[in-house]
Design a protein around this ligand. Structure first.
Ligand SMILES: Nc1ncnc2c1ncn2[C@@H]1O[C@H](COP(=O)(O)OP(=O)(O)OP(=O)(O)O)[C@@H](O)[C@H]1O
Length: 812
């Protein structure tokens, strides 16, 4: 090994030297291209000859712009490519590789040393790979096999052979820190080290220690739908992000980062994962939350309740009268049954019941609802609803043109013209000239044409134009007034969408008629009342948002996005089937990767991901769906996983990674003040141990506020309160509601109130589990009264009762 070590250091020195050399070569090239592109951009308009005085010149201008554009984009492209190479090399310089396999391909009779790093590096001969990118086909063996027989797939077929050596390296600033020969798939020693580290404010890339089952997720290139059910901390999010990097690399010719969309559970999570791809030398995919997407679709017509307000309601309002009906509503409106009811409703609207908004102008009806209805139901009923709406829209725009022309003769126009004050007149006048002189290219073109054909003389035309000024100003006055009408027709505001949605929530018989006899759910009339009352205030419950948009698209036509090729849904258990159907429709050309954990389903509309019961499999059909299950949990110590897995029915399957630490600790105190004092002491002790990412997790936002106030009042230093408005994830000590801590992790977690008062209902079990599974190294739980039954049910060997328990630590 000593000998090997020297050889390895020698090779490392050689590779580092070559990298330095290559970077030095690339640098002037990168700088040169950058300044060239900048220069072209700056002088873009100097280089093109804008001349439109006659036909030929006009054409020449057009081509000259095109040419300049092509030149610029070509330079920008090669600049980007070079910069990417340059960045890759710089990254390699710190640590050129993390692994090596020696592979003896069948039939070749010699063994190749394959060094693996975050990007490829080819020697100056252009042939020998000094480093292979971890995403190359050959590198997959590093993750999939132990020494012995091994194979990998290439576009040309499967290559088999023998892996003779598998080695891991830790390299820092060009020096070897550690060399490990491994027989396991990926040596536990390195993983131990990685997992033992402190939490970070940003997620880390895991390329050096990807596990075999995670590799299958990362490299799945075939399925239309990939569903991953993985226990808390099993690396779902990590695998998803490395998968994005893999896809971008493998399909770099045709797939761009902005053709991939990741739906994340909340904005904090967005900030948490945003550095992984850049760290891997790739551009970030588009990141959004479903809420953001809904708001984008709804525009400003309606105010939308957020998903977290809905959770707060579900968690805190159980004592209210309308609670049960609202919960039933949340469930029903997320169901496929409701989706089908809406489809039937759209069919019914094709025959009757459409609701329009009339177009009014200056206190009068310009186009009435009745006119629209007659026109609409006069179209051939076999034409699709949305197409008939498009026809109606077209008709309305034509009507507006006719009406606009008529309107010019109305006395108010003359009046407005007379009252144009000097400034207004001057402004309109110059606007008119500018518009005609510079922007109205088409008109100039016409003029040139006519001029060339000797139809009229230019000076004559100019003279005409001056004469027509008043007329034009009057046209313009009317046009200005009609602009908002046109805009609203273009935005489909002539459809009374709110009315259409509200119309559904009438009496049971009407509902059945409109939806082709859909089954009416329980609590129907209360549900209707609640929905309509909210709509009356131009607000939407969160559970109504997706159905509302879905209906809108059934009526107005789908605004599909055909650019996007991959959709990633993280925390996929929290989406309803309705939402999945909607995503499928919106992104017809995208493949979908759904990652989630049914054990962490905190929304009422949760969807089971795995197993025969999963409705998600039906979305694209079994043949196009690949299901992967992850059961090894990497985040937390063995003790924490043993504790948390016992909280879940079916949790027996979860396998902890073998990293040990303290057992979760339970502390009871006589009063809230005593407890807070104890927490402050515990925080200080945890800090002293070197843990600097600590969360005090509460059940609700209200409880977070209370905890924050109490702890701060009792002198707790530098505490941060996280709310749904918090956009970035930072290190430190924070108070955070469980549902916002989804997907992120902390060195230590303190469960602020684990009493039966806080967590009791079965529906709260998963929220409690989610909160506890955020802890990497330490988990402390507190209560001032009886423990939640989820803890009482546990075997007492799974935790430690606080030896210094204040106020008698009774457990039952
Ligand atoms: N192969 C691996 N190598 C190193 N670390 C890993 C690996 N897999 C997972 N981890 C670590 O385990 C932790 C949990 O990973 P991640 O957040 O991806 O899990 P998750 O399944 O999305 O969790 P949850 O559902 O609980 O939010 C992270 O710190 C991650 O870096």
């Amino acid at each position: 090994m000593i000998n090997d070590w020297e050889q390895e250091q020698e090779r490392l020195d050689q590779v580092t030297e070559k990298l330095r050399k290559r970077i030095a070569e690339l640098e002037p090239e990168v700088a040169g291209l950058r300044s060239q592109a900048g220069e072209i951009r700056k002088r873009f308009w100097e280089e093109v000859t804008v001349n439109t005085s006659n036909n030929e010149d006009f054409e020449e201008t057009f081509y000259s712009i095109k040419q300049q554009e092509a030149l610029l984009s070509e330079r920008e492209r090669s600049y980007k490519l070079r910069v990417q190479q340059w960045k890759g090399m710089n990254k390699l310089l710190q640590s050129p590789y993390f692994g090596r396999i020696d592979f003896n391909e069948d039939g070749l009779g010699f063994s190749e040393q394959v060094y693996i790093g975050v990007s490829s590096f080819v020697d100056s001969d252009g042939l020998s790979f000094l480093v292979y990118d971890w995403r190359t086909p050959i590198a997959s063996m590093y993750y999939d096999y132990s020494p012995g027989e091994a194979a990998y797939d290439t576009p040309g077929g499967r290559i088999t052979g023998t892996m003779e050596l598998k080695r891991q390296y830790q390299i820092r600033e060009g020096r070897l820190q550690n060399v490990i020969d491994t027989s396991l798939t990926i040596g536990d020693e390195l993983l131990q080290q990685v997992l033992g580290k402190s939490a970070d404010s940003q997620m880390k890339s895991i390329v050096a220690t990807i596990q075999r089952e995670q590799n299958a997720i990362i490299r799945d290139d075939k399925s239309r739908m990939l569903i991953v059910q993985g226990a808390a901390g099993s690396g779902k999010t990590s695998a998803a992000l490395q998968r994005v990097a893999y896809l971008l690399y493998t399909h770099r010719e045709k797939l761009k980062a902005d053709q991939i969309v990741l739906f994340s559970p909340n904005p904090i999570f967005n900030s948490y994962v945003s550095t992984v791809l850049p760290e891997l030398g790739e551009e970030n995919m588009q990141q959004t939350t479903f809420q953001e997407y809904l708001e984008h679709g709804l525009g400003t017509e309606l105010r939308l309740e957020g998903p977290f307000d809905q959770i707060e309601y579900v968690l805190t309002e159980q004592a209210t009268r309308e609670y049960e009906a609202r919960l039933k509503g949340i469930e029903y409106k997320a169901s496929v049954a409701f989706l089908q009811a809406l489809q039937s409703y759209a069919g019914w609207l094709g025959r009757e019941g459409m609701r329009f908004n009339g177009i009014r102008f200056r206190d009068g009806d310009l186009i009435t609802i009745e006119q629209m209805e007659t026109k609409f139901y006069g179209y051939d009923p076999s034409i699709r609803l949305a197409n008939r709406i498009a026809m109606l829209q077209e008709w309305l725009l034509q009507e507006l043109t006719l009406l606009e022309r008529k309107e010019r003769e109305e006395p108010w126009v003359q009046e407005e013209f007379n009252y144009l004050d000097k400034e207004q007149y001057a402004a309109v006048h110059s606007e008119l000239h500018k518009e005609r002189g510079v922007f109205d290219f088409a008109e100039q073109y016409e003029e040139i044409q006519e001029f060339l054909q000797n139809k009229r003389r230019r000076d004559e035309a100019d003279f005409d134009y001056a004469e027509r000024e008043e007329e034009l100003l009057r046209d313009m006055i009317v046009k200005e007034h009609f602009k908002p009408l046109r805009r609203s027709v273009k935005r489909m505001l002539f459809i009374d969408m709110v009315g259409l949605y509200a119309q559904l929530f009438g009496d049971e018989d009407a509902y059945k008629t409109m939806t082709n006899e859909a089954e009416v759910p329980g609590h129907w009339s209360e549900m209707c009342e609640q929905t309509k009352e909210k709509l009356g205030r131009l607000e939407l419950f969160y559970e109504d948002a997706t159905p509302y948009l879905y209906l809108k698209e059934l009526v107005e036509g789908v605004r599909t996005n055909t650019e996007v090729r991959h959709i990633f849904v993280d925390e996929g258990q929290d989406y309803s089937m309705f939402q999945y159907e909607y995503l499928k429709k919106l992104f017809p050309r995208a493949r979908m990767t759904v990652l989630g954990d049914f054990g962490q389903a905190i929304f009422t509309q949760a969807t089971e991901l795995y197993g025969a019961a999963s409705p998600l499999i039906r979305l694209y059909g079994e043949a196009d769906t690949n299901l992967i299950r992850l059961v090894r949990s990497y985040r937390s110590t063995r003790e924490i996983v043993e504790f948390t897995k016992a909280l879940l029915p079916g949790g027996e399957d979860i396998v902890p990674f073998d990293r040990t630490g303290n057992k979760p600790r339970l502390t009871v105190a006589g009063s809230g003040e005593q407890l807070a004092a104890r927490m402050i002491e515990d925080l200080a002790a945890l800090h002293a141990e070197g843990f600097d990412s600590i969360a005090i997790i509460t059940k609700t936002a209200a409880e977070s506020g209370e905890a924050y106030d109490r702890l701060t009042a009792q002198g707790c230093p530098s505490l941060r309160l996280v709310t749904q408005k918090t956009l970035t994830f930072e290190k430190g000590t924070m108070v955070i509601p469980a549902y916002l801590a989804k997907g992120v992790e902390f060195d230590a977690v303190l469960i602020y109130d684990a009493s039966s008062r806080a967590y009791h209902r079965e529906s709260e079990r998963k929220l409690f589990y989610t909160a506890c599974t955020r802890a990497m190294h330490r988990l402390h739980l507190y209560a001032t009264e009886e423990w939640t039954r989820f803890i009482q049910e546990l075997d007492s060997s799974l935790y430690e009762a606080d030896p210094l328990g204040i106020g008698g630590a009774q457990l039952t």
